[in-house]
Design a protein around this ligand. Structure first.
Ligand SMILES: NC(=O)c1ccc[n+]([C@@H]2O[C@H](COP(=O)([O-])OP(=O)(O)OC[C@H]3O[C@@H](n4cnc5c(N)ncnc54)[C@H](OP(=O)(O)O)[C@@H]3O)[C@@H](O)[C@H]2O)c1
Length: 296
């Protein structure tokens, strides 16, 4: 969302001033003349930051509107593991990162929406998972609750020493959510043929100066490594496959999820800012209606 507020070329046009902020959401159908959607049903799609979305059939298709099955996950999980962040984790890690059992996967923003699923999926695929997160509470949670092998608290100090301790054979896959200094520290610790997934660079989004590029990029040369960007929307036709696998992992207990729900439409700006201070703990969700539970 922060990127969509900037002018300039990106993977999707910016949101104009005065337009509804683009956002994935879960909603309940209030009224419908569409054959596929009946009043009372829970749906997900690009509904925007608003209390009510009015969509023509064509707009509904463009918004990716689908019914959600609450037997597979709760509505908030449909915004997290079974939604856009989970899809980002799944395809970013598996398609771009291509982890192999026994390898070491490092993920920054480890306790966030994307990060929590990346680390757990890495473990499920037989890898060592090492998180990087801000603060003891988040690090303890990803290790003790989610089963990561280790987590480095970057706010407590030395990321380099933490990587040396927890990645003695180097980093095979780095899933980067934050960019900046942390990306440079991981570049300095790559294993041969490492893969770096450029998912995001949240440390840079509010810069008023140019984005800080990686100083240590020659490590890619030394280690015959590659660094590749990914955009989740490119994988839309394969989302059902990922939802099936991730829902199975949730059901059989191999995967957990955490959502951080802020109540109240008016709190949107404050909620958005939490992502940049790290005050969110898990997938940040803004709840704008009173009742979102249950489905018909
Ligand atoms: N490429 C794609 O298709 C795609 C799709 C979805 C998301 N993304 C990107 O993925 C990243 C994670 O998104 P999310 O929705 O899962 O957010 P999130 O991780 O739930 O929340 C953002 C987290 O970033 C961390 N953070 C903020 N400022 C930081 C800084 N200066 N240095 C280090 N960490 C910082 C904070 O955690 P700490 O408390 O640990 O600092 C914060 O909780 C973002 O960069 C986002 O843009 C990309």
């Amino acid at each position: 969302m922060r990127g969509w507020m900037n002018e300039g070329k990106s993977y999707i046009p910016p949101v104009g001033i005065g337009e509804v902020m683009r956002a994935g959401g879960i909603g309940r159908v209030v009224a419908s003349t569409h054959a596929k959607f009946a009043p009372g049903q829970l749906v997900s799609g690009s509904l925007g930051v608003q209390s009510y979305a009015t969509l023509t059939a064509e707009q509904a298709a463009r918004a990716g509107l689908v019914k959600i099955d609450t037997r597979l996950g709760t509505p908030t999980q449909w915004l997290n593991v079974l939604g856009m962040p989970g899809m980002t984790a799944y395809f970013g890690l598996l398609d771009v990162g291509q982890p192999r059992a026994g390898e070491t996967v490092v993920v920054s923003g480890a306790a966030g929406a994307v990060g929590q699923t990346v680390g757990q999926l890495a473990r499920i695929k037989g890898c060592r998972a090492v998180g990087i997160a801000g603060g003891r509470a988040k690090c303890d949670w990803v290790v003790n609750e989610l089963g990561f092998d280790a987590c480095i608290d970057y706010k407590a100090g030395n990321v380099r020493a933490g990587l040396k301790e927890h990645c003695p054979k180097g980093v095979d896959v780095y899933f980067d959510n934050v960019g900046g200094e942390i990306l440079d520290e991981v570049l300095a610790r790559l294993a041969m043929k490492a893969r770096i997934v450029i998912c995001g660079a949240i440390s840079q989004y509010n810069n008023t100066t140019p984005v800080q590029g990686p100083r240590n990029y020659l490590s890619l040369l030394v280690h015959r490594a590659r660094m590749q960007g990914m955009v989740v929307f490119d994988y839309a036709d394969r989302f059902p496959q990922a939802v099936t696998e991730l829902a199975t992992c949730l059901k059989d207990g191999r995967m957990k999820s955490r959502e951080d729900v802020v109540h109240g439409f008016d709190r949107f700006p404050e909620a958005l800012n939490r992502l940049f201070t790290g005050e969110n703990f898990g997938k940040l969700v803004l709840q704008v209606a009173d009742d979102v539970t249950g489905s018909r």
